[in-house]
Design a protein around this ligand. Sequence first.
Ligand code: HEM
Length: 367
Amino acid sequence: MSFSKVYMISVPGVVGQVWLLEQIPGPPSRPLIGNVFQLAVEPSETVMGNIINAQDNSESDYVKAVERMIKIIKLRQYRPWLHLNFMFRLLGPTKEHDACIDILHDMSRRAITERKRARAKQQEARNEPQECDKPGKKKRLRFLDLLLDYAEDNPDLTDENIREEVDTLMVAGFHTTSSALNWILYVIGLYPDIQAKVKEEIDGIFGSSDRPVTVADLRQMQYLENCIKETMRIFPPVATISRAIQEEVVINNYCIPAGTSVTVFIYKLHHDPEQFPDPEVFDPDRFLPENANKRHPFAYIPFSAGPRNCIGQKLAMMEMKTVVCILLRRFRVESQVPRENIEIISTVVLQPKNGNILKLFPREKLI
Ligand code: HEM
């Protein structure tokens, strides 16, 4: 079988996660892939404006630095002796590490400086705060504007503090969503009956219209939402989280002293047969209210739980539904790697070791 082009759905840093092999002849795919990318990088667009331009320039220094950093983190993760800073300084690729960090931080600093400059100009012109929304709608500021506004009244929040927040949001927002999307597309491409049901739900919402997806549409996609939840159960994008214990706790007669670093293995939690019978079986109905309500509230925590849980989970769900919806309206998806052959690795996020090959078949009647 021959393919005209090979596209990659991935945001910088997770290159090789999903490969889309577009079969010829097909509809022009660039706009579609463009849309997918745009949605997947929404957090970075919102935070950083357009300065990375990663969709069009995967060779940018920023993109390369993110990719390189992920490799360095992986290298460090699997070599416990490098966890200690002084050992890493002694034996690790510190020169490269520091150079990557400089590129990443500089980019965030640039975004902040440029936004400040733009705000000053706009303020001069209109003498009113900037809004993302159209006039008449509830005022919503960009994340970066919120921080800059706050800093104006609270000088304790320095530019470096803001830079750290921007970095957190960038990393927390795009790798995770990209990983989740990878697995959702994998699962949808693996189980034709599941895909048919998702498509049926989408068709029920859009009929033969080619109108864009709205927030109201997304709310109706309950079956797709349950598929996404079930995917993140089997393949949690963030497989582990860690906490520094602040006061001594006793769990099952084991005493964990204050100061200990504890790791919660979300992947294992999500595969607990007591909470999820036949844990390897993909069953979106586990998330029907009557089934989900029976489970322990912390049995399923793809977005973590408690006061430091994910602040982007609603946005992530909206992004994932939108991307799947756009794709399935135009293509039938077929996963090429059987479940028993998929090798999983967890670096920053959970990903298939050797990528995820998908075939896209243009739908006969394109909606
Ligand atoms: C499927 C997509 C996502 C998954 C699975 C996910 C998962 C998580 C998890 C597990 C944590 C907790 C980390 C920890 O406890 O150490 C977290 C935190 C966070 N997430 Fe997400 N996330 C996703 C998407 C997003 C998006 C789209 C954004 C922003 C636009 C975002 C922003 C954040 C931030 C800022 C934190 C840190 C919160 C804090 O420390 O208080 N995430 N996320």
